[in-house]
Design a protein around this ligand. Sequence first.
Ligand code: HEC
Ligand code: HEC
Ligand code: HEC
Ligand code: HEC
Ligand code: HEC
Length: 422
Amino acid sequence: MIGAGLGGVLLAGTVLFACGSEGAQGPKGDPGSSGTVPGPVGSQGPPGSGVDGGLPSSCLSPCHGFNGIVEQWKTSTHYAAYVSNIGGGEVANWTGPQACGNCHAIDALEQRVGGQVVIAPDAGVTNLLTGELGYRSPVSGKLAEASYAGHAKVAAVTCVTCHSVTDQTDPHRTGLPYTPGSFPLRVPVGSTDQASIEKSPNTSAVTGTPAGTMGGANTCIWCHRSRKDVTNYIGVSNSISAYWGPHEGPQADVFSAAGGYQFESQTYGTSTHQQKLTCVDCHMPEVASNSSAADHSFYAQVRVCTSCHAKATSFDISGGQSQIRATLFELQKALNTAGYLTRGTTTALQPSELADGQFELDLPRSGGSPLTADEAGALYDYLLVARGSALGVHNPKYTKQLLFDSYFAITGLAPTTLVRPL
Ligand code: HEC
Ligand code: HEC
Ligand code: HEC
Ligand code: HEC
Ligand code: HEC
């Protein structure tokens, strides 16, 4: 089982997984509590027993069953990252005096929702409490990003990162059975609440853009975003380094049809996916056999697609992903020929790299002369789509428009693999 000892690490003081079984000392951080809270329906599980071995039945659903939320989460990348840095190796990099802990630390959302970030003197982040981290420094006049203010010793996205659980509602503390709704999310997720991404409406503002009403999926938006105010980030002349461009996982920017570099004189639209669905719909569908609780493996699932695309057997619906892949190959080649891409620092992509289709590994290539706004915009949009936007699924129409316009900006030609949708 996930030992109750991990609970000590994960929750800093609260037992997360004890649920009637005995807590052991966590490898790092505070020890789990001693496991004296009695299980509601009788027996205490023996220490270190299997997930369903001896746990009171009220613990099994939806959380601690064989296919419960905890086991689902353990298959996710959110968990894998925790395991890989449990020794603390990454934590030093991610929770230092910089922005990283705002999404990578275990208490990332708790800190931000509490307004706890580090910003320049006299500065304010316009929409801190709806997830934005970017602002303009009144000292330097430049774009800046709020730093992490917590002191976490663990970098992970786990139960308490996303959920706010108090002593009064935590079944591990109260000993009472779990009741639906007792694991509220930390960020505002009401029907009118919107998270904001960094992109400003125009260059005279640093005010961000609301990403749409997404309910529980606002949680995802707080982290899965470019972290760049592309409106102000890209100027008349742009010096490129390997760190330039949108951060890993800028799904919110594509999904919302708001966060790309949009070329002047073009108009941009959005897709049914953005209008009718949220991240949670595709990535956390209900699991009927687990009290219909949301799937916490966080992987997108084809069974969601079939409610609209009746015959879908893969994500490549109507060849949509294949087409975007083909266009990414074309755009990648054009950007590489122009000297903008690398997987090292200053060498262009090699033939094998141009053939492997691992677009997310491409980095901006430093050392060239500064790029114009449209050149930099094309590179930005390529990276935005390449870094995890599911080969267009996150917003088929907006993705096609961005890729078409980017290719045109670099080559003066239309890509052979795509017609620009209106
Ligand atoms: C606004 C939230 C946010 C901030 C701030 C942030 N990241 Fe990330 N980062 C993410 C997300 C989300 C992913 C996962 C993207 C994916 O896999 O699709 C990620 C992925 C990564 C990855 C690659 C995946 C991995 O787990 O190894 C690295 C490396 C990384 N971030 C480093 C950093 C560093 C260094 C900083 C600070 C300079 C930072 N991040 C700041 C949200 C953030
Ligand atoms: C990345 C964020 C995230 C993480 C990590 C996460 N959850 Fe959730 N959880 C959600 C979201 C979003 C929902 C709501 C889904 C919906 O809208 O139906 C949810 C719903 C739930 C619910 C039902 C809601 C309620 O109040 O009863 C439970 C129970 C739950 N999660 C337990 C857990 C447990 C246990 C863990 C750790 C193993 C965990 N979650 C980790 C985001 C997260
Ligand atoms: C606190 C920040 C945070 C929140 C909130 C969050 N994520 Fe993540 N997510 C990450 C990071 C960081 C990674 C990369 C792995 C890691 O370092 O944990 C990641 C990885 C992922 C991955 C795997 C990506 C890959 O390349 O394998 C998926 C899928 C994912 N998240 C979906 C979601 C969904 C859906 C939500 C909302 C329910 C969500 N995430 C909420 C930070 C977050
Ligand atoms: C229409 C359904 C759908 C919606 C809505 C959706 N996704 Fe996805 N997402 C997918 C599919 C499909 C994939 C590709 C999965 C694969 O190839 O295994 C994916 C991939 C991802 C990945 C992994 C990317 C990678 O590098 O492999 C992350 C992270 C992610 N989505 C986050 C989000 C977030 C955050 C939102 C909301 C802003 C969202 N998704 C909305 C269907 C969706
Ligand atoms: C709510 C209904 C709905 C769901 C659920 C849905 N889609 Fe779609 N999808 C649409 C519609 C409608 C279109 C047509 C374009 C538009 O209206 O935006 C579309 C278009 C697409 C396209 C573009 C096809 C092309 O011709 O380029 C892809 C790819 C796609 N969907 C993949 C998915 C995947 C993968 C899933 C599940 C993870 C999914 N969709 C779930 C409604 C849906």
